[in-house]
Structure formats: C-alpha cells, structure tokens
Design a protein around this ligand. Structure first.
Ligand code: ZN
Length: 94
C-alpha cells in the first residue's frame, strides 16, 4: 500500500528535498533561525520569510510524531480518539 503524503506550499520544499535524499530545515532569512518541521511562520519571531537550508543529517532525532485524523466516513475511528480529544495515529492510513 502506498500512501501519498499530502503537501502544501509550506511542506513541499522539504518533501522535495527528501525525495532527492537531502536533509533540509527551514531558515529565517532575516536572522538565520533554523526550525523543523516546516511551518508557515518562524517559531522565533513570527516572520514569514523562510527558505530551506541543507544540513548534514548527522544530528539526533529527539522526537517524531505523526498526527492523522480520519477524513472519510468509511474510515473507522480508533478507540483512543473516542476516549479523548487528543489526536491519534492509526496503522491503516486513516
Ligand atoms: Zn524569526
């Protein structure tokens, strides 16, 4: 089963780089702040002028979370999402 990752104008540059086996992070043009995951605004100052900076990829991943919510009526809800208002991840791609 192939899952097509939904992208938008904010995340597309990062996904494009990963397909080319390059690791990038966002960089705020004005003062060089770097951030990941891709966001519409700088987490340091709220500025919108961001580009992509290639990095070595030798760092350490501290944490990674994938949040998905059912988008179709045919997609079963997980028991966890019914117990709380928190997001959940399911293994069936829903
Ligand atoms: Zn900033």
């Amino acid at each position: 089963m192939t899952y097509e990752v939904p992208t938008d104008e904010v995340t597309a540059p990062w996904w494009d780089a990963t397909r080319e086996k390059r690791m990038t992070v966002q960089r705020r043009l004005e003062w060089g702040h770097r951030q990941h995951c891709p966001r519409a605004l700088c987490t340091g100052c709220g500025g919108a002028e961001l580009d992509s900076a290639e990095v070595s990829g030798t760092g350490t991943v501290d944490s990674c979370t994938v949040v998905r919510r059912p988008t179709a009526a045919t997609c079963p809800s997980s028991p966890r999402s019914e117990r709380s208002n928190s997001h959940s991840t399911t293994s069936n791609g829903c």
